[in-house]
Design a protein around this ligand. Structure first.
Ligand code: FAD
Ligand code: 2HG
Ligand code: ZN
Length: 530
């Protein structure tokens, strides 16, 4: 097939040769309201201890402690025996693990355990099961729904020291590793071998692969590589009673009975502790281009998406959008520059393929078409790796900018793509001056809207104006109230807006089967029982 001629303006369209993930290696994950500089942001502890005013979850929300045992001196002795020197009880050291990334949830756990192996996890859970002690599995603590931190005094079971790669097959691209490996480190590991991780997200510098699987994280590569439900080939999981379930196969095809690993993908630590993951990594694309475009309206955003799919086809790897409010926030709080003319909407389009010449020409044709027809009013394309990184930062760092704006009410919705932005406009009118900002952005290519509302501080009145309104609105369009972040503590009671009573009932039955005492991440995912 003949490619169309490259237009004159596309002379400045050059290719960013490395995949975007390699750009991400130098990225760091900021903590809201925190210090500046990569080192300051690497861990959360310093930030959490400087600003300790997060309200206890049990004080802000109506929730009752369930009748679990309280950790005793004898329990601590037993834990010290299982994980010697890795029982954390110092309140200051526990602070960062009791408070979530968003600083909206706070528990009061007095013990964190840091196992190194599945056997240690098994011994810990066997003890907790026998003693009726509640446990909160924790990875990188980057979750956005209050699932990663205790609600009361649950024991924090951290995977931070379970960070070893077990094997990597250079022919198939299958990676087997422990659950506590940091996503960015895995990304770097496989890239050195000419592969990429099938997922990427703004939290990659801190989140763990086990946490990614436990939340079934979506992220920025979903459009290209699909869900973890497809790319995760096997899991090792420790059940609530300490049983080690070894389903850590590395087979592309396996139809022997029920696919049990799927139960644990997206179960948010309520059914078992994921201790190891086998995941299929795609080959590293040789040609990657990133374009950042300004659009005059949401109708044009949708038409640009249709045109993009038609013209870029198999090389399209990301189609992300953000509104003008998001741009304003990243400019104001992160001092990032808008590379194009001010517009009501912005798009980030990425292509990944194997031929520089082919992909560049295809992208040029697409840009010529959308600029020529007025669907897009301005645009820029990455000319080198650092520019590609700068363009991605505008989209990836919105979460961080929002958190610096004040208290954030966060919604993560799946909606029919034509209606993706309607709720943002609706809420702006509904909330008027009660909110500081109402913004919309997200993975348009996946039909996933991130609707965020900021205010100076938490307000129960504003919360009442938002919920259940947002959930009912979404249910009315047959959408999902959680596209990728999960339910955690904050959204568990909204499950009924997306699932029928029979499904919720079955979920409880599965929970009872796998965790009969309910010790694993209680108060999360499944709705509170009356
Ligand atoms: P944690 O936050 O520690 O835990 C999350 C949940 O998983 C908790 O319920 C916890 O109990 C459970 N869990 C953790 N580890 C295990 C384990 N080994 N076994 C069983 N249960 C476990 N999410 C997306 O989907 N897409 C995005 O694009 C995205 N971008 C983000 C950007 C930023 C800046 C931030 C702060 C967050 C973003 N997130 C995104 C949310 C978050 O990063 C993901 O949910 C991530 O997968 C959580 O991983 P984690 O290791 O931090 O898990
Ligand atoms: C993203 O896509 C993440 O950037 C976070 O899923 C979304 O902060 C949010 O609402
Ligand atoms: Zn997202």
């Amino acid at each position: 097939m003949e490619l169309c001629r490259v237009p004159r303006w596309s002379l400045w369209l050059l290719q960013a040769c490395a995949p975007r993930a390699s750009v991400g290696q130098r990225r760091w994950l900021g903590c809201p309201g925190g210090m500046s500089g990569p080192l300051a942001y690497r861990g959360f502890s310093s930030v959490a201890s400087r600003t300790p005013e997060v309200t206890l979850t049990q004080e802000r929300y109506p929730v009752q402690r369930l009748p679990f045992s309280v950790v005793s001196e004898e329990d601590l002795v037993a834990f010290e025996h299982i994980v010697p020197g890795r029982v954390v009880t110092d309140p200051e050291a526990l602070e960062a693990s009791n408070v979530d990334w968003l600083r909206m949830a706070r528990g009061c756990s007095q013990v964190m355990l840091k196992p190194r192996s599945s056997e240690e996890v098994s011994r810990i859970l066997r003890h907790c099961h026998e003693r009726n002690l509640a446990v909160n599995p924790q990875g990188g603590n980057t979750g956005l729904v209050g699932g990663s931190v205790p609600v009361f005094d649950e024991i924090i079971l951290s995977t931070a020291l379970m960070n070893q790669v077990t094997s990597f097959d250079r022919v198939s691209g299958i990676l087997v590793c422990q659950a506590g490996c940091v996503l960015e480190e895995l990304s770097q590991y496989v890239q050195e071998r000419d592969f990429v991780m099938p997922l990427d997200l703004g939290a990659k510098g801190s989140c763990h692969i086990g946490g990614n699987v436990a939340t079934n994280a979506g992220g920025l590569r979903f459009l290209r590589y699909g869900s973890l439900r497809g790319t995760v080939l096997g899991l090792e999981v420790v059940l609530a009673d300490g049983t080690i379930l070894d389903c850590l196969t590395s087979l592309r095809k396996d139809n022997t009975g029920y696919d049990l690993k799927q139960l644990f993908i997206g179960s948010e630590g309520t059914l078992g502790v994921i201790t190891a993951v086998s995941i299929l990594c795609p080959p590293r694309p040789k040609a990657v281009n990133v374009a950042f475009l300004g659009c005059p309206g949401f109708a044009e955003v949708l038409q640009t998406f249709s045109t993009c799919k038609g013209m870029l086809g198999e090389i399209l790897s990301a189609f992300e959008f953000m509104d003008a409010g998001c741009m304003q926030l990243v400019q104001q709080h992160l001092r990032l520059d808008n590379p194009v003319q001010e517009s009501p909407f912005y798009l980030l389009v990425e292509t990944s393929g194997s031929s520089t010449e082919h992909d560049t020409e295809k992208l040029s044709c697409f840009l010529e078409q959308v600029l020529g027809s007025g669907l897009v009013t301005d645009g820029t394309v990455a000319t080198d790796e650092s520019k590609a990184q700068a363009l991605w930062a505008l989209r990836e760092r919105i979460t961080e900018a929002l958190s610096r704006d004040g208290y954030v009410y966060k919604y993560d919705l799946s909606l029919p793509v034509e209606q993706l932005y309607d709720l943002v406009a609706d809420l702006r009118a509904r909330l008027s001056s009660r909110a500081r900002h109402v913004v919309g952005y997200g993975h348009l290519g996946d039909g996933n809207l991130h609707l965020n509302v900021t205010a100076e501080a938490f307000s129960a009145v504003l919360l009442d104006a938002l919920e259940p309104y947002v959930y009912a609105w979404t249910a009315g369009r047959r959408g999902s109230i959680s596209a990728e972040h999960g339910l955690g503590f904050r959204k568990r009671d909204a499950l009924g807006h997306s699932k029928p009573p029979a499904a919720v009932q079955l979920m409880w039955q599965v929970k009872a089967l796998l965790d009969p005492r309910g010790i694993l991440n209680p108060y999360k995912t499944l709705p509170a029982r009356a």
